[in-house]
Design a protein around this ligand. Structure first.
Ligand code: FAD
Length: 558
């Protein structure tokens, strides 16, 4: 979705390539529109942008115009920067540099807004060192970890590029092509289950950052937004902790015409701040559970049977096997039952073949985990979360927290897990065979990929029975489908709580603007509108277009 493209213009006497800068065209230079009108039948050369839309947007804007194009004028000559003077550019703050914030910044930067991207964490280079210190020395940096920092939560991840929003939609295609432009291998455009891996994501993000800076986007790391400046229910600016520019100097107030909120689902302090401003939010369903890990060879042999045996003998190669499972447990008439007995979905989530279990806590008193891998997926373990859906009925004990009830629900189990693990980020663990029999694992636990240690625990006592029983039943059902899944080598780790946002921030469908605060644009996973790298990026991209339209930087349909 790079808006800068080359168009090949072919006329009877001429064949030449024009560097077409769509951003500037959209700044409404009339002669540029005329030029494009004449190019209209040849717009097939436009890449990245959903090209039909770009063409139809431009053509509909040009229909009224019938001025001729002067061949003596190069396209660059038709630009007139004074039409949109630098100091009149609308000022937009984008909070958070995860996929949604990056793509919103990209679109807004390309379309001519004066964008400041604020990220509480560190750039990927320093973030890598902080994550290393966590894995080796147990030092958790509160602002630079598996959830916070450049690239957002998905940077140290498996980088699976799968989505439920439709792989071939214009939005997803535009995001994938942008990834390729920034250095992702082109095979992600054709693979059935594309994935990047952390080692590919890090350089990609570095290229993304350089491009944003070239566009004029100001990027500030180590800059946590602590508050919004609100007047008459309209956001006028932000208050940002200022440790990067002036260490120890406290906070800084900055004014903006619009604020895009792309903070992800772990920014609990930001949720609290929004609650204090009475921003419309409501609890949303998500899922909680445990992460199961098997030797990768075992999953290969379950999924590939004889083929895997041949490979073990050194004959041929097969890709590491994965799995995706959805089960429904307790299928009874929900009206006759109380909440605890209602039917629930139990499914595998974020399966990482050839990966490792990692710590995704942002606070040392809470413990939660997820999975990541490198592009080769070469580790000897296969891990996946097994999670059960929970909804606002389940958050009743935390009702006093209002829209943040789901956050408190998550926190409750993260704290219990930290206590069960005994501290120091040691994870409570249990053999799957013992979990389904409600007994502590007394023999030595099988090895785990989790670097900070595991402790034998009664994970069957961590969650309320309605979650534990749903997990137990579904594990037994999975074993029937994948015989060998319940194995003595299979180890459950606790807990997986941050599968998606526990709340949704209300916004208008077309404008992406908050229903309660003008000038605030909540996007991505943290706002409850995405569940993964691709859907978050697409949400950010479309918000960018919607906001650009409101700021009169873009005049097409979204
Ligand atoms: P995030 O990526 O969470 O980004 C939010 C950003 O905002 C963060 O960088 C944070 O530091 C910043 N921020 C928060 N508060 C503030 C503030 N107050 N001021 C300034 N900055 C702030 N998804 C997949 O599709 N495939 C996978 O393989 C995959 N694996 C994952 C593995 C792990 C370990 C984790 C944790 C997640 C994984 N996910 C995966 C989920 C995916 O990362 C998220 O869905 C996605 O990153 C959400 O994007 P986002 O932009 O909405 O938010």
């Amino acid at each position: 979705m790079m808006l800068r493209n080359n168009i090949v213009l072919k006329e009877p006497q001429f064949t030449y390539t024009v560097d077409m800068d769509v951003k500037k065209l959209l700044d409404m230079e009339p002669r540029a529109w005329d030029f494009i009108a004449r190019l209209e039948p040849k717009l097939g050369a436009v890449e990245y942008m959903p090209k039909e839309k770009l063409a139809s947007d431009l053509v509909s804007m040009l229909n009224a115009s019938n001025k001729g194009y002067d061949h003596e004028l190069g396209i660059r000559d038709t630009y007139n920067d004074s039409i949109c003077p630098q100091d009149k550019k609308p000022r937009v703050a984008v909070i958070g540099s995860g996929p949604s914030g990056l793509f919103a910044s990209l679109v807004l930067g390309e379309l001519g807004a004066d964008v400041t991207l604020l990220e509480r964490g560190q750039p990927v280079e320093q973030r890598g060192r902080d994550i290393g210190a966590l894995a080796v020395r147990r030092i958790l940096q509160s602002e630079s970890n598996f959830c916070f920092g450049e690239g957002g939560a998905g940077t140290w991840s498996d980088g699976k590029l799968v989505t439920r929003i439709g792989r071939n939609t214009d939005g997803v295609q535009a995001v994938m092509q942008t990834f390729v432009h920034f250095g992702a291998p082109p095979n992600i455009l054709v693979d059935g289950k594309p994935h990047l891996g952390t080692d590919k994501l890090v350089p990609l993000l570095r290229n993304f950052r350089h491009h944003l800076r070239e566009l004029g986007v100001t990027i500030r790391f180590n800059a946590r937004v602590d508050d919004l400046i609100v007047e008459d229910r309209q956001v006028k600016g932000i208050v940002v902790s200022d440790s990067e520019l002036r260490p120890g100097s406290g906070s800084q107030k900055l004014s903006f015409d619009a604020v895009v909120l792309a903070v992800g689902h772990s920014a609990r302090d930001t949720y609290n701040m929004l609650q204090q401003h009475n921003v419309d939010m409501s609890p949303k369903s998500f899922a909680v559970g445990l992460r199961i890990e098997h030797p990768q060879e075992l999953i290969n042999s379950i999924q590939y049977s004889e083929l895997a045996a041949e490979v073990q003998k050194g004959r041929g190669r097969i890709p590491v096997a994965d799995y995706k499972i959805v089960k429904s447990v307790g299928e009874k008439n929900a009206e006759e039952l109380d909440i605890a007995e209602q039917s629930r979905s139990c499914y595998s989530f974020c399966m990482c073949p050839g990966g490792q279990v990692v710590l995704t806590s942002t606070d040392p008193s809470e413990l939660c985990i997820n999975g990541m891998s490198f592009s080769r997926r070469a580790s000897k373990w296969a891990n996946s979360a097994l999670v059960v859906t929970v909804s606002s009925h389940d958050f009743k004990p935390f009702r006093s927290h209002g829209p943040l009830a789901g956050v408190e629900f998550q926190r409750e189990f993260e704290r219990r897990a930290a206590v069960m693990g005994g501290g120091n980020f040691v994870v409570p663990a249990q053999r799957v065979t013992d979990f389904i029999s409600n007994r502590l694992s007394v023999t030595t636990l099988p090895p785990s990929s989790y670097r900070l240690g595991v402790r034998p625990s009664k994970l069957h006592e961590l969650f309320p029975p309605y979650i534990t029983e749903a997990l137990q039943q579904s594990i037994i059902m999975i074993d029937r489908e994948m015989p060998g899944f319940v194995a003595k080598e299979a180890l459950l780790h606790g807990v997986e709580t941050r599968t998606s946002s526990p709340l949704q921030i209300s916004r208008y469908g077309e404008t992406y603007e908050s229903t309660s605060l003008q000038g605030l644009y909540p996007i991505g996973e943290g706002a409850g509108y995405a569940g993964g790298i691709l859907s978050a990026a697409v949400d950010g991209m479309y918000c960018g277009f919607a906001l650009a339209k409101q700021l009169s930087l873009f005049h097409g349909d979204i």
